[in-house]
Design a protein around this ligand. Structure first.
Ligand code: MRU
Length: 352
């Protein structure tokens, strides 16, 4: 059963990509109109839009915007496709870890190259396809929500890390989609949200969107999860993913791996919720997943203020990889994939 979330994170409106500015939530709610491929590159890089499925759709819209710009400069199809391909590669370089970005941009380019028509036809097809991918994202999330809700115990307290919600997708969410669907069936369930340092997507975004929907949420800091698991206060963990390798190893926001180890130790089921577009079957294991290194200022500062000695060394990987052995199941739009993941992932793609 679907629980309607009012949040629409990214939307194609009158030939612009309109998105919620996630850098200023929860202090201010504002949308931004992204009008060019270059603006889209920076919207993704600077995390105005973030979360794997949402940046996938942003990439698809980015190709549509590039097509609109280029169609104003040339009617030569060969030149148009060459320049479009350059813009597509540029968009893909905005962030390295979430594979949905590459997936969606490549989908757009496959379409562009397959059209037997004029530049104008390619442009129109890309715009239409961007909107189609946008609408499909919500449908996929609702399917995942339904499958995931089946494994949520009655009255459960669910821990989540980062924001894998409506704000990380077009709407409804992956991990938070599971929580929304479970809550629609059982309003006694509760959520514990990790703060998620350094950018605090859990504190700033997850608590914002869950409280909007009236889902009971408790904010904890990242180091507290083992403590609450040891007290028997967490019944299950559900998180999203940025890239899943063919063997099930999963990259997600930094700190996810720590949660998975704690969950294994305390016998708490640990689930990933992600669409098949997050699974990168071209890589065998998590060792091959590129991990983004982000600005050191995210660690040294909070809200613009220094929080450490100015001379200290800093490292800031944005993601970590949870080994597949720690994962109970991967909730997808095709059902819940179980270990052996190499086999269940292969099967899910064969049935696609
Ligand atoms: O750096 P972010 O905020 O883009 O990282 C987001 C995450 O790690 C999410 O958990 C992941 O993208 C899944 S979103 C459905």
């Amino acid at each position: 059963m679907a629980f309607e979330s009012k949040i629409k994170t990214i939307e194609w409106v009158d030939n612009v990509s309109r998105m919620i500015d996630q850098t200023i939530l929860p202090y201010e709610f504002k949308t931004v109109d992204v009008k060019t491929a270059e603006e889209m590159y920076f919207a993704i890089k600077d995390m105005i839009v973030r979360g794997a499925p949402a940046i996938g759709i942003a990439g698809a819209h980015g190709v549509s915007l590039a097509a609109i710009e280029l169609a104003n400069t040339t009617t030569d199809k060969v030149e148009f496709l060459k320049k479009l391909n350059e813009k597509a590669e540029y968009l893909k370089s905005s962030r390295p870890t979430a594979v949905n970005l590459m997936w969606a941009v490549d989908k757009q380019m496959e379409l562009a190259n397959s059209i037997n028509g004029y530049v104008e036809d390619i442009k129109n097809a890309l715009v239409k396809n961007g909107v189609k991918l946008e609408n499909e994202d919500i449908e996929i999330n609702k399917k995942m929500g339904d499958y995931g809700a089946e494994v949520v115990p009655k009255g459960a307290t669910i821990l989540t890390h980062c924001n894998a919600g409506a704000l990380a997708t077009v709407g409804y969410g992956t991990a938070l989609g599971v929580i929304r669907s479970a809550y629609a069936k059982d309003p006694t369930i509760k959520v514990f949200a990790d703060e998620t340092r350094p950018r605090q997507q859990g504190a700033r975004l997850t608590t914002w969107e869950l409280t909007q929907d009236g889902i009971p949420t408790t904010l904890i800091t990242d180091g507290m999860c083992s403590y609450f698991m040891s007290k028997g206060m967490i019944d299950m963990v559900v998180v999203g993913a940025d890239r899943i390798a063919a063997n099930g190893d999963t990259a997600n926001k930094i700190g996810t791996y720590t949660v998975a180890i704690a969950a294994k130790y305390h016998n708490v089921p640990f689930y990933i919720a992600a669409p098949l577009s997050t699974i990168d079957t071209s890589i065998k294991s998590g060792k091959e997943i590129p991990i983004e290194e982000r600005s050191h200022e995210e660690v040294t500062h909070i809200n613009g203020d220094w929080v450490c000695a100015k001379e200290v060394n800093v490292i800031n990987p944005g993601f970590d990889v949870t080994p597949h052995e720690l994962i109970t199941g991967i909730i997808t739009e095709k059902g819940i994939l179980k270990p052996n993941f190499e086999e269940s992932i292969k099967k899910a793609f064969e049935e696609k």
